[in-house]
Design a protein around this ligand. Structure first.
Ligand code: 1CP
Length: 357
């Protein structure tokens, strides 16, 4: 059996309970900015070879935790594992990012989509979670994750990254019922995937709606929010102190904070384009908040990083009646490969020092 959790700050903060300092973790905390990650990747050969090997996925998950006193680990994987398991065949072109060999562009392709078996096609993800939990040995909680249905659909229809999302937006306008069928089956898969990650040992779950912000408000409500609501309502996650918290991260979706705070999610992850005092007011204490330092702050001097971290912490407290409870510190989006690990150390230390109760 696994050891009891020695650092439960993240889970307590997500439940809006008191903690001795604000917990901090960073999106993309494992990655190319770490020389040890680049070394492991060179040996493994590719990102996919790393993600599909549970021991290597475990190794890179733990790398940032060996350097920095982070308050959580996040599973090393990718959001595109679900469409890959649905038969779209994920591959990477060096310098171009993820691509699918079989994008989903018509009714027939949508009709062929089915929820993959979580312990077969996605068994390598569940195995990685089990290995990481064993190796973490209760040091910090492990966060599992999925892409949001809309964000996954963007990659599935576009066939990779996109600048204008022309194909999927045309599908939304010309054939909305087709896109809804796609989003329904992907939502079923996301719910099964997060449930399986929880069963395998994930102690908190985050949904990344990275591309929610490219939609008009009306299209966001129809094609993204609706499916996030389904996930929050249908994902079984337990009760009380045994509850596995669900975090909804959205990029460019600050406009929809009120709606997001009513989904039943335990926490909202925010990008850096809004102030946390305003976010607290608009979410009315219904959810914990995670964020929201501009990631490019990590290119600045140690003094500037410390000052900016202090502003994020104090802006949250100012909106929350002077209390730091219910805040998880993070960046507003992921880290970049050219960031200096020394600045991560500065940031994590600053958050802990400046938020000590
Ligand atoms: O080594 C490499 O070159 C691979 C780069 C890489 C990495 C390190 C990719 C390809 N994925 C990952 C890991 C990853 N992806 C994690 C690991 C855990 C962590 O340390 O945080 C997570 C949570 C993700 C999630 C992910 N993948 C998102 C959502 C979060 C976000 O950044 O918005 C998205 C949009 C993806 C797609 C994806 N996978 C990889 C890349 C380069 C991209 C983005 C492509 C694009 O811009 O469209």
């Amino acid at each position: 059996m696994t050891s009891p959790l020695r650092n439960d700050r993240l889970l307590r903060a997500l439940r809006r309970e008191p903690v001795d300092h604000t917990p901090v973790w960073l999106m993309r905390q494992a990655g190319r900015y770490l020389p040890e990650y680049r070394a492991t990747r060179a040996k493994a050969g590719s990102f996919l070879a790393m993600a599909k090997n549970p021991e290597i996925a475990c190794e890179v998950t733990l790398q940032p935790l060996r350097r920095f006193p982070l308050d959580a680990a996040i599973l090393f994987s990718d959001i595109l594992t679900i469409p890959d398991a649905m038969g779209l065949e994920l591959y990477f072109v060096e310098g171009e990012g993820p691509k699918f060999r079989h994008p989903v562009r018509d009714e027939a392709a949508i009709a062929r989509l089915a929820v993959p078996d979580m312990e077969q096609e996605l068994g390598y993800v569940m195995d990685a979670i089990r290995v990481i939990r064993r190796e973490l040995d209760g040091q910090v909680p492990l966060i599992g994750f999925s892409g949001s249905p809309w964000t996954l659909a963007c990659y599935m229809v576009e066939g990779g990254g996109s600048k204008d999302f022309a194909r999927i937006k045309a599908m939304a306008l010309n054939h909305p019922q087709q896109l809804h069928r796609l989003l329904e089956v992907v939502t079923d898969a996301v719910i099964a995937y997060l449930g399986a990650q929880r069963a395998a040992g994930a102690q908190a779950l985050q949904v990344f709606d990275t591309w929610g912000g490219v939609l008009s408000p009306a299209m966001y409500r129809e094609f993204s929010l609706r499916y996030l609501q389904r996930i929050a309502a249908e994902l079984e996650r337990g009760q009380g102190s045994e509850r596995t918290p669900l975090i909804l991260f959205g990029k460019g979706t600050g406009l929809h904070l009120e709606s997001l705070s009513h989904t039943g999610a335990d926490a909202l992850g925010l990008d850096w384009t809004l102030d946390l005092d305003e976010a607290v007011r608009r979410t009315g204490g219904r959810v914990a908040l995670q964020g929201n330092l501009d990631p490019t702050t990590l290119y600045a001097s140690p003094e500037a990083i410390t000052a900016a971290a202090g502003r994020v912490l104090d802006t949250y407290a100012a909106g929350n009646g002077g209390s730091r409870e219910g805040h998880v510190f993070n960046l507003g989006h992921g880290m970049s490969p050219d960031m200096d690990p020394a600045n991560v150390q500065v940031l994590v230390d600053a958050v802990h020092r400046l938020s000590a109760r």
